[in-house]
Ligand binder design. Sequence first.
Ligand code: NAG
Ligand code: ZN
Length: 437
Amino acid sequence: MNASTLPTVTLNRLFLLLIQILHVCLMDVKPQRERFTPDYKVYHNLTSIALTLDHFIKENENFVRLVDPSKYLSKQGRKQYVLHVTNFANARLEDTERVKVLLSFGEHAREFLPIESLFHLLRRLLKNWKSFDRSDVNLDKLDIYVIALANPDGRQHVETSKNYCWRGTSSGVDINRNFDWEFGGKGSSKDPTDEEYHGIKPFSEPESHVYRDLTEEVQFDGFLSLHSGIKQIYIPFADSVSQKTGRVPDNVKEMTKLAQELATSTIYKYQYGRAVNLNDYSADGTVFDYMAGRRKIPFSYAIELWGPDKHQGPSCFDLFNPPNSRVDIVVSNLYPLYIKFFDYLLDWKKQSSLNNKLEKADRSEQLSDKSLPYSALEEQDVSSLSPILFLLCALVILTIVVAVYGKYPLCRRMYQRRRVVSLRALSSTLSLNLFSV
Ligand SMILES: *[C@@H]1O[C@H](CO)[C@@H](O)[C@H](O)[C@H]1NC(C)=O
Ligand SMILES: [Zn+2]
């Protein structure tokens, strides 16, 4: 190493250091002054989320199973915990009244509450189901699939950096902008430092793959993307193109009806409607638009489960999550919303399978109803044809008879006599008159 290379190396190092500092500053919005932060005796952290889920799955093997745990992993290799919840002992899979729903939790790293509400939901659902009071919801006919921890790397980042404003994955991608529905539009950002950064292409992030893969395998009736920060229920579509054109799903009326019922299912009052109408704000490449638009799931929503009544200032944790002392009561208040969703879909499925049966019955009845008049018509056609045929035959026979019997004097006399005679007589009279007069 000579004297001239030394400063170059140092300069390079300094330059790299500067870039690293800039990167940290841009990527990590510095932790804001928080009013309160999570107490991990109340809120779960990444470690206790995994422990609790593993334990829960072990304790309830007839009700909760982990789906492809080695397949559904984050970019840094953490489990996303895809659960299948049903009464496996009684599950009659061929039942046309079975309802399949997919619930998605933890897409946004700073939103701790939805995952807490999942824990409450699972515990209470199974406790009530196993006890004699099974009234909450019928797990015999319900397949609940859960993506429990969509973005574990982002969560890890929040917990270690204590930056409670962090929303994205470890690479800063908002997975709720990473889907193949109006990807890259105005309601998202191509700037990697923006919190709505959509990634380089649809499904560029491993965290998004589970949504695509699960919906390839299972035809879901309902999908919920669960968030926090405000109390609102969104009906598709939220993208900027739909905002302009007014595009809505085909069954928007039915979707709105359920949204309305969900909005009044708890002690909280939710605003509901198209996100673009509620907030004058569009979002492109979202998962719930993808589920409604691409995957044609009949009931797909994004739900902001909870938000503070008032919020000011730059703090984040209290914007997305209730105070430690309020978590238990909030998640308990939210429980009826899930039950309403399940019950509504169970009724809807029952009704539509009934309607299908009725329609089928109607159709076969109509067919058998119509088969009578149709065959009668055909018979009529045949019988109405037969006189014509009969007449035709008779005419042919008559012609033959005339041709053959024309030689018989009797026939001539009987049939052709007068005309022939008269014609001859006429012609003879004519000729006579003409040529003789
Ligand atoms: C996670 O929470 C548990 C309590 O449930 C606590 O003992 C543990 O230290 C926490 N881990 C981290 C990394 O904060
Ligand atoms: Zn969110």
